[in-house]
Write a protein that binds this ligand. Structure first.
Ligand code: ZN
Length: 77
């Protein structure tokens, strides 16, 4: 699952809005763990950081009706 950062509240990270990465997994606490394309990792926190998921086929923001569905089983796991 590809992801693009919109905003982060973490002042220490090298990751900047617009950067993209790969979702490693989402834990049960609302944190999404991401390996960014520059090699760093940063956990995004729901309600604090902002991001959007990208369609793996067309690279556009993932929205209902795009190539794959939002309810992707890999994301739910
Ligand atoms: Zn698509």
């Amino acid at each position: 699952m590809q992801i693009r950062l919109i905003a982060t509240a973490d002042p220490h990270t090298r990751v900047r809005p617009g950067d993209t990465g790969t979702v490693l997994h989402a834990d049960g606490l609302g944190t999404v763990h991401v390996r960014w394309d520059d090699g760093s990792t940063l956990g995004l926190v729901s309600g604090v950081d902002e991001w959007e998921l990208l369609c793996e086929r067309c690279g556009d923001p993932l929205v209902p009706g795009c190539c794959i569905t939002v309810g992707d089983p890999e994301w739910e796991r």
